[in-house]
Design a protein around this ligand. Structure first.
Ligand code: AMP
Ligand code: GLY
Length: 423
């Protein structure tokens, strides 16, 4: 088979790494890819949102299957467009991707189908929103309706922060039309978990749960980022809790979307807060998580393409899904200044010595890198995802950090406490 992966970050490197090992795959393309991906696949110079050019490439190169990493092309209807042109793609339609692309849709959907989530109110008028928060206790959570690159949710601890958030979102329109409507919701306390399912719209198979570390600095301090690390399987999600999440969140979401005529075919990601009164949904994503995928896929023993082929036939429940009995810890090495301003173009040292073979105890996935001549340079906020594998979290963590120690680039920074609470 010829496979095309859309995207160019750490998640797509992990996907490409796994797909390249599939016995079904003879040719692998990634658009636009990055320097690390170019070592294991053919990178194609087409941007992830250029849906027409991606379809033309797939047509011209007889691509049998396209897999999409990021949410934007899905929210823009890449699955519908490929289907119209008779091209096979694994990912949700624009309509079902609304579970991520519109938080108002997702919240109203959860309310209708009794899926546990924080209580909420929707506003389209900033004055009414401000009036509401003036009457409310803190902390409180304010979210843009539309996509905002992971920056559209603010936990406000006082009236000033809440007012600022509403002004940015609704009046200044920092995220454009995404801020036309906002949700104000109850603050939930607990440990977060990312639970992903591969679904054909009716049946589904649940992947090993993971934990994402969203804050920039140690001790969960500093601003929210795209994710600074991950651990898989999630050490605090027991089999009972996973069953609860499956029965009360994943199952009703998949059957609810089918019921409203928007069957979800692809990767359904539930961001969960495990509260004292049970798991509650923080958000849904319509794709693999980043950086969770970098910790999940190295543990998957089965062939991912085979599972996807079962899903495309509407019988994903019949696919064999086996896991290595190991743990994975992913540490993100970022550029100094991230998630705010940072510089690109620094030479990365130490990569050559670390092997990326499937049975290595450390795998390096590239996120924001590029090639300059013979060297690899930094080319983004999150630069590398260093994944340690081990029989327990302590060993996995040790393997990750000993790899991190061998890599260097100017102004590199990373969290030193990924999975530390479980060691
Ligand atoms: P979201 O964009 O909805 O995934 O939110 C991003 C992050 O904000 C989550 O991963 C949580 O850390 C935090 N968050 C979102 N909603 C809530 C909530 N209702 N209570 C507490 N924290 C929240
Ligand atoms: N790690 C969070 C996300 O992928 O949205």
């Amino acid at each position: 088979m010829k496979v095309l992966i859309v995207g160019g970050g750490g998640r797509e490197h992990a996907l490409a790494w796994k797909v390249a090992q599939s016995e079904y795959v003879e040719d692998l393309f990634v658009a636009p890819g990055n320097a690390g991906i170019s070592q294991i696949a053919k990178v194609v110079d087409i941007q992830q949102n250029d849906i027409r050019a991606l379809a033309s490439f797939a047509e011209k190169n007889s691509v049998d299957l396209t897999i999409v990493g990021p949410e934007e092309p899905l929210a823009n209807g890449i699955a519908d467009y490929f289907a119209k042109r008779g091209l096979m793609l694994f990912g949700p339609s624009q309509e079902s991707a609304r579970i991520e692309s519109s938080k108002v849709f997702a919240k109203e959907f959860m309310e209708r189908f009794h899926i546990p989530t924080a209580s909420f109110v929707v506003f389209d008028d900033p004055e009414q929103a401000i009036h509401f928060i003036e009457e409310h206790e803190f902390p409180i959570v304010i979210k843009t309706d539309g996509l905002a690159g992971g920056k559209g949710s603010i936990v406000a601890h006082n009236i000033e922060d809440a007012r600022d958030a509403i002004v940015h979102m609704m009046i200044e329109r920092t995220w454009g039309d995404a801020g036309k409507n906002v949700i104000i919701e109850e603050f939930l306390e607990g440990v977060e978990a990312s639970v992903l399912a591969i679904t054909d719209g009716e049946n589904f198979t649940v992947l090993q749960p993971a934990q994402d570390y969203k804050r920039a600095f140690d001790n969960n301090e500093g601003p929210n980022t795209g994710g600074m690390g991950a651990v898989c399987p999630h050490p605090a999600v027991s089999d009972e809790v996973l069953k609860e999440i499956t029965d009360y969140v994943l199952e009703p979401t998949i059957s609810g979307l089918r019921y409203i005529g928007a069957p979800f075919k692809g990767i359904l990601y539930a961001g969960i807060m495990m509260t004292k009164s049970g798991p509650k949904v923080l958000e849904f994503n319509c794709r693999f998580g980043d950086p969770e995928t970098q910790a999940i896929l190295p543990l998957l023993k089965s062939d991912l393409i085979e599972i996807i082929l079962f899903a495309l036939e509407g019988k994903v429940d019949e696919a064999d899904v086996f896991w290595h009995d190991k743990k994975a810890v992913c540490v993100v090495m970022a550029s100094g200044g991230y998630p705010k301003r940072y510089k690109k173009g620094y030479k990365i040292l130490g990569l050559d010595e670390i092997s990326g073979s499937p049975d290595s105890n450390c795998i390096i996935f590239h996120a924001g890198t590029a090639r300059r001549g013979d060297t690899i340079i930094t080319n983004g906020g999150r630069v590398l995802n260093v994944v340690g594998i081990g029989n327990d979290v302590k060993t996995a963590s040790k393997n990750a950090y000993s790899c991190v120690d061998r890599i260097d680039f100017e102004k590199a920074f990373y969290r030193s406490d990924i999975a530390a609470e479980y060691v």
